[in-house]
Design a protein around this ligand. Structure first.
Ligand code: C2E
Ligand code: MG
Ligand code: MG
Length: 777
């Protein structure tokens, strides 16, 4: 007779085998049978508790004491399990499944009520089981076992839901309980997981909205949705909530619940406002997400994909950028936009951002904090601004808390701001703070040190005529007939331009035999240009003119639509654009150096003044030739000019290749040139020197080159040897507050130049008083 037979006898004796679901013992039953039993318990109960237990070092005991003692232990253990009654008057439905050796799963029905109480019940029951088993078994084996027996014990909840089969629920619960039993997780963790599941089932979350503000105009752009767990609970802060959900494998469901809440809360959002939603990369990749994100859900709340920006955080989780970009493209094609969150926070790299090609780059608040007092942070942010310009992304500064931070960010040309100073997250969608908007509007009215070279297309915008996209072609015809001076109509979806009708093109369309009959009663979308050139008001004139003139010939003179945050502001005609460009060119030409074509002193001064006013960090590099005079005297002016042009070409080429679009190369006069750059300069200086040293020899005769010097007379008429020309670069670092006026920079440069001239050969020298404590806090 085996241990199971003994047990069955024992059980039969107690008459418990046939009573439905009460202390049912199922030795080595198949999983199918167990599931059938559990299903029955669940007929009457909301959820089941599972206590998993096994004996510590059971194999060791078997080896030391033999199989028959082990059988006795198992019998005692089973008996005790069946005797321990879960209290609170519940747990009537019970099933014990000994599914192999010393592994037991005890299932019991759970009481209904608050999740905390249910968890208390289950935890106490498991503890009681452990106490009783150890007491009974160890007492009955007293004197036989050298060390008292111990148990691994863990527990979990099985709660049916519509998405998972009972089988996988039970399987997951066994895994959870096993993990607890083996010490991979603990009761506290499991309790938290169930608290979270409960909160999710009840939808007990709030979404707060924080305003994002256009730093140039001070106007509201939209809101970021920020989740909040139940107040005063462990999950109140999203900083705990989301990482926990991810660890517990609940992130996908959680994000869905929050997203729906966030969208629902925006049913009254203005058409041209944006809603920024935080989304984890793992969720974006999920095919379920793609399916769930149909326009249906948004349409339900009166939103279109154009209103929504996905904020992608934790780029560490993205391994395959190409694949991820493809997925994002799927959403972009529908009109959604993408932001990269927390840029500049530790793990992010510009490379990663470039790969994603986001529409917005959100700069982490660690970089914004006290930026007004940190030249290094300014330099870093400047890199982001330039980088954003290059890849066509707008920069959002997060966590702006003070007036000083806001002022500096606006001056630096950061597009969008967010932070307590502009408005805290709140349940209602509030307007930005009056102090924030007021500061921005005063700054705007004073202007921000604009020069003709930083003119944007917004300055040229003209009022335009518009029709809604639902209008009929005949309405446009009528409009053109009545307004002979109007040459274009912008077609709008809400405030967002979606097409352009140019007068002569429309008549061309309608000009054939049946044109009018065919189109006049039909929507304007049939005759409009569906892909007109649309640019943001902040785009520089040079860039717009480049885009406009690279259009195909037939569209070359079509008007350019100008927007601000996707809202139509008006149009710019190609004629006014070209006029303005010509003016700029003329101004350039007037002050340019006739030899090198580079801008001259007025431009240098203007550029330095602009940077000083904006409190930027920049470097001024004075460049001049060594032994130029002797070369000029010996070879003549024509060759002297050649040397200067060579230097200018080398500098321009390297600056273009290496630095920011905002850098300036200018010609002071004679053999003096200047570079003004916001970027790093070491490599630039080294490259200029290398190129120059490599090529300058070409201007000398073979004989001079071989000798390495020329012979000429010095100022006193003595015979002297002058080495082959070299180049000296004097770098003056200009951090905010160091200089007030361009001439002070000139004075500093003269000093550095002097030092540079003391060295033989080509060199670059950086000025003495460098800031020592340039550390990012
Ligand atoms: P985040 O997306 O970078 O959000 C900005 C965080 O900065 C928010 O914290 C916001 O309340 C806080 N904040 C805004 N302005 C200021 C300021 O001036 N000073 C300071 N000190 N903080 C400011 P919150 O709401 O605690 O959210 C923390 C993070 O949790 C978020 O960082 C985001 O990564 C995540 N999160 C929040 N809601 C969601 C969500 O619905 N889904 C996902 N996946 N993540 C979310
Ligand atoms: Mg965010
Ligand atoms: Mg962020």
């Amino acid at each position: 007779m085996g241990p199971m037979d003994i047990l069955e006898d024992w059980l039969k004796g107690r008459g418990q085998l046939d009573s439905k679901l009460v202390n049912y013992y199922s030795p080595a039953a198949s999983m199918t049978e167990v599931l059938k039993q559990l299903e029955q318990i669940l007929d009457d109960h909301e959820s089941l508790g599972l206590v998993y237990l096994d004996i510590v070092n059971f194999t060791g005991i078997e080896q030391a004491y033999g199989f028959s003692l082990c059988k006795r232990i198992l019998t005692e253990l089973t008996k005790t399990i069946l005797e321990v009654k879960p209290h609170l008057g519940v747990g009537r439905g019970m099933l014990t499944h000994n599914y192999s050796g010393d592994d037991f799963a005890v299932y019991c029905s759970l009481p209904q009520g608050e999740i905390g109480l249910v968890l208390d019940f289950l935890e106490e029951y498991a503890e009681e089981l452990r106490r009783q088993i150890l007491k009974q078994v160890n007492e009955s084996l007293r004197g036989i076992l050298r060390d008292p027996l111990d148990l691994h014990i863990g527990w979990a909840i099985v709660k049916p839901n519509s998405q998972l089969s009972l089988e996988s629920l039970v399987y997951n619960a066994i895994k959870e309980a096993l993990a607890m039993a083996k010490g991979h997780s603990d009761a506290k963790w499991t309790r938290r997981v169930w608290e979270l599941k409960d909160t999710m089932a009840k939808g007990n979350f709030e979404v707060h909205y924080q305003p994002l503000v256009n730093l140039e105009s001070g106007s509201l752009i939209g809101y970021e949705a920020l989740a909040r767990g139940p107040a005063n609970s462990y999950f109140a802060s999203p900083g705990i909530l989301f990482p926990f959900a991810e660890k517990a494998g609940l992130l996908y469901q959680l994000e869905r619940i929050i997203r729906e809440k966030a969208l629902k809360g925006c049913h009254n959002l203005d058409q041209d406002r944006l809603l920024f939603l935080n989304i984890s990369p793992s969720v974006v990749k999920d095919p379920l997400f793609a399916k769930g994100y149909t326009r249906g859900l948004m349409a339900l709340y009166g939103l279109s994909p154009y209103n929504v920006v996905f904020e992608i955080t934790e780029r560490t989780a993205i391994q395959d950028f190409t694949g991820f970009r493809k997925i994002l493209q799927h959403y972009r094609d529908q009109g959604f936009r993408v932001a990269v969150d927390d840029a500049g926070a530790g793990y992010s790299s510009l490379q990663a951002i470039a790969e994603l090609q986001p529409d917005f780059i959100k700069i982490d608040m660690s970089l914004i904090r006290d930026i007004d007092a940190s030249p290094v942070k300014q330099a870093l942010l400047e890199t982001f601004v330039t980088f954003g310009e290059k890849i066509g992304a707008k920069i959002v500064a997060e966590g702006i808390e003070t007036e000083k931070e806001l002022r500096l960010l606006a001056q630096m040309g950061v597009h969008i701001g967010q932070g307590y100073y502009l408005g805290r997250p709140s349940l209602e969608k509030r307007e930005p703070s009056p102090e924030g908007t007021q500061l921005l509007s005063t700054m705007k009215s004073r202007g921000r040190g604009e020069t003709i070279h930083s003119l944007t297309v917004g300055h040229l915008v003209e009022e335009c005529s518009s029709l809604p996209k639902e209008a009929l072609t005949k309405e446009a015809m009528k409009y053109f007939q009545r307004h002979s001076d109007c040459n274009s109509i912008v077609i709008l979806d809400g405030m967002r331009p979606v097409g352009l009708v140019m007068r002569e093109k429309m008549y061309y369309h309608l000009g054939n035999q049946y044109g009018v009959a065919l189109y006049s009663e039909r929507p304007i979308s049939l005759v409009m240009d569906q892909d007109p050139l649309i640019v943001d008001a902040s785009m520089r004139l040079e860039k717009v003119s480049q885009m406009a003139t690279s259009r195909p010939f037939q569209r070359l003179y079509d008007h350019i639509i100008v927007t601000d945050e996707n809202r139509c502001l008006g149009v710019v005609t190609v004629r006014s654009l070209l006029d303005q460009m010509t003016k700029i060119q003329m101004e350039y030409a007037l002050t340019a150096n006739p030899l090198t074509g580079l801008p001259g002193n007025p431009r240098i001064e203007q550029d330095i003044l602009r940077r000083l006013e904006r409190q930027q960090l920049f470097n001024v590099i004075y460049v001049d030739l060594d032994n130029f005079k002797a070369f000029n005297d010996r070879y003549g002016f024509e060759w002297g000019d050649k040397a200067i042009t060579l230097l200018a070409r080398i500098i321009t080429k390297n600056v273009q290749e290496m630095s920011c679009s905002d850098d300036l190369v200018a010609h002071i006069g004679g053999d003096d040139l200047i570079i003004i750059t916001a970027g790093p300069f070491t490599r630039l200086c080294e490259k200029v020197i290398r190129d120059f040293d490599e090529r300058i020899g070409d201007l000398y005769t073979q004989e001079d080159r071989r000798r390495g010097y020329i012979e000429a007379k010095d100022r006193g008429g003595h015979h002297c040897e002058y080495p082959i020309m070299t180049v000296s670069l004097a770098v003056v670092e200009c951090w905010p507050g160091r200089f007030q006026h361009p001439f002070e920079i000139g004075e500093a440069a003269a000093e550095v130049k002097k030092r540079a001239k003391n060295y033989a050969g080509s060199v670059y020298v950086i000025d003495g008083e460098r800031v020592r404590d340039l550390t990012v806090s």
